[in-house]
Design a protein around this ligand. Structure first.
Ligand code: PA5
Length: 327
C-alpha cells in the first residue's frame, strides 16, 4: 500500500475498531496509557475522548508515573510493533506489580509478555495505523467505563473523515496539497488550541517529520502565548524566508483560546511567509481531531512527493534504535 492509500484508509481503520474484540478490564481505576511516537499519538487521541471522573494519563517514557502502582491503575500499552523498549519497560513494571495491563499491538515482544491484547492488523508503518490503534485504545477506555458510546464516536469520526477526504480529491486532500506547495521550501509551524487542536498540531508536526523527512514544529495555545510568542519578536526576516504557519481551528476551542488564535495570527502573521488555516468538522473530539489531522497527513505526503522523498521508510529512526542497542 502507498502512503496515499493509507491516508485514504483512515476511516476504514476507525470502523474496524467498532467490532474488534476487547479484553475485560476493571472499570474503577485511573488509567495510564503508554506509547511512543505513532503509537503514543494513538494513545493520546484515545485519551482525548475519555470522560468521567477518573484520570487518563498518557505516559511517553520508561517505567510508569509514580502514582500508578500505589493507585492500582489500569495500564494500556500501545505499541504497533510491540517492541518499543520504553513501552515494554512500563508494561513489565505494571505486570510485576500486579496491575491490570492490556496491550494494543500487531505483535512483537508485547504479545510475548502474556498480557491480553487488542490485536491490530500488522505490516503498516505505525503512524499509518493510527486509526486502528486509537480505535483499539478507545474501545479499552470504553470497557473501563470512560467513554460513553465508543462505536458511535468511531462511526462519527469515520463519516467525518470520509466527508473531508471525498472520493478522490476532497477538501482535505486539496487543502493538504495547497499547504504542501506553500510549505515546500519552508519549515511548518503548526498552532492549535488545547486539547484537540494542539494534539492535531503535534500530529501534523510528526507527520511532516516522518513522511517528508523535514523539521516541523507545533505549539499549543494558550501555553505558547506565554513564551513562544516572544520568539517571533526579532524573527521577521528569518520567518518570512523560512517559516509557514498553519493554524488549526477546532469548533470545541474554548472561546478565549479561539480569540487567542485570532490574535496569534495578527501578532506574528506578518513575520512568516504565510498563515494557512484548517477547521475541524464534526461533534465529538475524535471526529474533530481526525478531520484536522488528516489534512496534515495529506500535506505531509504531498510535501514528500514534491520533494521527491519516499514517505514510507524511517531510516534515521530505525538506525537510531539499532545504535541504541537492546534495552
Ligand atoms: O512512526 C514510527 O515509526 C515511530 O514513531 C514509532 O511509532 C515509534 O518508534 C514507536 O514504535 P511502535 O509504534 O512500534 O511502538
Amino acid at each position: 500500500m502507498t502512503m496515499w492509500e493509507l491516508v485514504r484508509g483512515l476511516s476504514d481503520q476507525l470502523r474496524w475498531a467498532v467490532d474488534v474484540d476487547v479484553p475485560q478490564v476493571p472499570d474503577d481505576r485511573p488509567v495510564v496509557v503508554l506509547g511512543m511516537g505513532g503509537s503514543g499519538m494513538a494513545a493520546a487521541v484515545a485519551a482525548l475522548a475519555a470522560e468521567g471522573g477518573r484520570p487518563v494519563v498518557v505516559h511517553r517514557s520508561y517505567d510508569l508515573p509514580s502514582w500508578a502502582v500505589p493507585s492500582g491503575a489500569l495500564v494500556v500499552a500501545v505499541s504497533y510493533s510491540g517492541n518499543t523498549e520504553e513501552t515494554l519497560s512500563g508494561t513489565r513494571v505494571a505486570r510485576d506489580a500486579g496491575l491490570p495491563v492490556v496491550g494494543v499491538t500487531s505483535g512483537g515482544r508485547l504479545r510475548d509478555l502474556g498480557v491480553p491484547v487488542v490485536a491490530v492488523p500488522p505490516g503498516l508503518p505505525p503512524r499509518a495505523a493510527v486509526g486502528f490503534q486509537a480505535g483499539g485504545a478507545l474501545r479499552i477506555l470504553a470497557a473501563a467505563g470512560l467513554v460513553g458510546d465508543a462505536p458511535a464516536a468511531l462511526e462519527e469520526a469515520a463519516d467525518a473523515v470520509d466527508a473531508v477526504l471525498g472520493d478522490g480529491d476532497g477538501p482535505a486532500i486539496t487543502l493538504g496539497r495547497d499547504l504542501a506547495e506553500a510549505l515546500r521550501h519552508r519549515i511548518p509551524v503548526v498552532y492549535g488550541g488545547f486539547p484537540v487542536g494542539a494534539l492535531a498540531a503535534y500530529r501534523w508536526k510528526t507527520q511532516v517529520n516522518e513522511n517528508a523527512k523535514r523539521p516541523a514544529y507545533s505549539g499549543e495555545v494558550p501555553e505558547m502565548n506565554h513564551n513562544e510568542l516572544e520568539g517571533w519578536a526579532e524573527a521577521a526576516e528569518l520567518g518570512i524566508r523560512c517559516v509557514g504557519i498553519v493554524r488549526l481551528r477546532d469548533a470545541g476551542d474554548h472561546p478565549r483560546v479561539a480569540r487567542r488564535l485570532d490574535l496569534v495570527a495578527e501578532a506574528v502573521g506578518d513575520r512568516a511567509a504565510f498563515v494557512g488555516e484548517v477547521r475541524s468538522v464534526g461533534e465529538g473530539p475524535l471526529a474533530r481531531f481526525f478531520t484536522l489531522a488528516v489534512v496534515g497527513d495529506a500535506a505531509s505526503v504531498a510535501l514528500a512527493e514534491g520533494l521527491g522523498v519516499d514517505p514510507m521508510p524511517v531510516d534515521l529512526i530505525e538506525g537510531f534504535k539499532r545504535r541504541l542497542g537492546p534495552g
